[in-house]
Design a binder for this molecule. Sequence first.
Ligand SMILES: C[S@@+](CC[C@H](N)C(=O)[O-])C[C@H]1O[C@@H](n2cnc3c(N)ncnc32)[C@H](O)[C@@H]1O
Length: 251
Amino acid sequence: MTQHMTGFRMYDEFAHLWTQISAPEGYADEAEILRDLLFELLDKEPGRDRPAVLEMGVGGGNNLCHMTEYVDAVAADISHAMLSVSQELNPEAEHVVGDMRSMRLDRKFDAVIVHDAISYMLTEGDLLSTFETARAHLEPGGVFIAGPDWLAGVTEIPNISSKLGEPGMLSYTEFVHDPDPADAEIELIFTFFIPQPGGSVKVEEDRHRHGLFPIETWLKLLRRAGFEPNSRRYPSEASSGAGYHFTGIAI
Ligand SMILES: C[S@@+](CC[C@H](N)C(=O)[O-])C[C@H]1O[C@@H](n2cnc3c(N)ncnc32)[C@H](O)[C@@H]1O
């Protein structure tokens, strides 16, 4: 029987298809920007220093796989199935199950990263809890970096995108809309086209909720969690994300 650990089909029953949904190459440009930002904020040198980094919401590890050459990584996610995918790609990293809002590993890191998975934080309370989790895993001077998919006032919504798979591989569309502009939630509706043996195609739907917050909210909550906050713009061609990284230096 399929175990639904996260409530999202993509991260449970379809996790084995993750590599067809999203590939490491798609993360390479932004990962390079993230890596440079990380070493700059830590005042360390890639190749000489090897900082200890916790990535929460690591997913399939597509971002992390561009980092493991330079850092000692612990990878966390709420989904067992996604951790298995990341473990395959990043065997050198330690993998642990954890909810970014509440996990406590009882150890400190040089840096904590939450890439696009932070988009699953739906309320200011969720976002603050995640920042507090990051702070709990850092000494003063430690670095936090987040890379949300969406930002209120920056990202155009509604939008639609699609990926056509190679023959025999999964294809999908992703429609993003804001059902209620009065709250901070947006809805992502995925349609997966999954080739079956014999040539037929199964069509499956999966609906996700993400948070949509303005830049000021990110900075306000980072400060409240005990960080000196900042934001850094990066070229939008580098990823499908919002084009901003939020950083916090632990106070
Ligand atoms: C889009 S995927 C991340 C992909 C990842 N950036 C990569 O490089 O492969 C989003 C991930 O966030 C995880 N997630 C969602 N809510 C979470 C939470 N509260 N705590 C930890 N992980 C969470 C999901 O299980 C999923 O694996």
